[in-house]
Design a protein around this ligand. Sequence first.
Ligand code: GDP
Ligand code: IMO
Ligand code: MG
Length: 427
Amino acid sequence: MSAFIVLGAQWGDEGKGKMTDYLAEKADVVVRFQGGNNAGHTVEVEDKQYKLRLIPSGVLYDDKINVIGNGVVVDPKALFEEMDYLEGVGVKVTPEKLLISDRAQLIMPYHKILDGLKERARGKNDIGTTGRGIGPCYTDKAERSGIRVCDLMHREVFEEKLKQNIEDKNAIISLYGGETLDFETVYNEYIGYAERIKPYVDDISVRIYDEIKNNKNVLFEGAQGFLLDIDYGTYPYVTSSNTIAGGVCTGAGVGPTVITGAVGIAKAYTTRVGKGPFPTELVDEMGDLLREKGHEYGVNTGRARRCGWLDLVILKSAARVSGLTSFVVTKIDTLAGIDKIKVCTGYKFEGKVIDYFPACLEDLAKCEPIYEEFEGWDESIADARSYEEFPENAKKYLKRIEEFTGTKISIVSVGPKRNQTIEIGEI
Ligand code: GDP
Ligand code: IMO
Ligand code: MG
């Protein structure tokens, strides 16, 4: 049995989708435990590219169970669009293959409206959210006014909760100068979803527990990344869920003692979408070069990703907070052809050198990255199929990551496809 976690170790888009699909070959169950359709996970198999948002990246296999956990916020409209998209490209999504937690919170139309209105009201202090209603939905969950998937299964309960919410939210929407919602329209739309979602709904904690007891392998697929975590990220420039390993227990109803390992997916450089601090950001030609070479444009919103050097302070902190058992380094192929590559190994802060992320953004703004410089390599790594084929300078780069973080690298990814994956150590 194994219950293994895949997490983003930076600010998202590290290649979690690709690696979950790769690792899922040996898994029986793949579980999303937080986030929602703010995620954009790309999986490439042979000449086909798949873009997943809400449905776990094990869905391309016919014999895996995919689970949307209670910690996920589910937009039924987006869910069915994704299911239709998958059906359209020949991927079956049946109730045998997909389970949705009865405890998961529903993203409602007013969450999406409020996401937009609140961002607008923040003005220059906007977070740069994906606009999918994620924050407002988690707000309702914490405030205890959220509507859950199980409520949709009981018309009267749903009707009552929706009535109350529409009344409350319309008042707030009006306050922000937005267009209010009509109860009947939303009610009818969601009652339509209720029928379609019903066969997929289950108590997923019970199902996952049974699978683990039966010696099956369970993979937990994180969305977003370490520094977008609501507690340990660059608050308030974060998402609204726990993206760290702890999120698995609360978001999928499993105890910490069953978890057998956690792998952190780390891009060989750093990217970030949306606003917020980014100490190693390159707002120059090198940043543009990384963006073009790495095709750094968001899967979900198409936004250009901000690019910068690898920050080992982030990886070391991610390893600590999530108890990472190894790293997977992705996109090392993108660095080929860059003469000198820099890596951040600490920050100068108030006359001291620190190797952790300060909580306060005001303190973080004072942090000056300390860099080590590495000689680059010209040879393309994309076709390498073993570690031995790597240029010496690439090996030195990878060794430094292990040394600084005190965490082994188990896999190196040299391209977006399944077969561009090289196992170099125990996972
Ligand atoms: P996720 O959100 O963590 O799943 O990552 P995204 O899918 O948003 O972004 C990662 C992008 O890099 C996708 O376009 C992947 O196909 C691609 N990718 C993943 N691993 C590699 C790699 O090792 N090399 C290259 N060149 N691309 C990769
Ligand atoms: P994957 O799973 C990168 C960012 C948004 C914004 C902040 C808050 O593909 O790695 P939200 O809509 O969640 O309230 O936005 O979080 N963000 C992501 N950045 N990858 C993601 O997901 C992200 N999901 C949210 O850009 O800065
Ligand atoms: Mg992504």
